[in-house]
Design a protein. Structure first.
Length: 71
């Protein structure tokens, strides 16, 4: 996983947890703007989320943050 994506995921997870609490869920779309401004990074996130880890559409932000930090 690119460092750029890793840092973005951690930042978004931390922000969502701070805003909505430890049980907040999110999908990999949470890491991107509504417009597709970085398709390569979006595909990397989708591949990591769907193909590599076979995660559900929504997962706990805390779980995702821990997974990314462990890599």
């Amino acid at each position: 996983m690119q460092e750029k994506l890793k840092q973005k995921i951690i930042e978004v997870c931390e922000r969502k947890i701070a805003q909505k609490g430890r049980d907040v869920g999110l999908s990999f779309y949470a890491f991107f703007a509504n417009k597709n401004d970085d398709p390569e990074l979006l595909m990397e996130a989708a591949t990591w989320w769907i193909m590599t880890h076979q995660l559900d559409h929504f997962e706990k932000a805390e779980k995702i943050k821990k997974m990314v930090e462990a890599n």
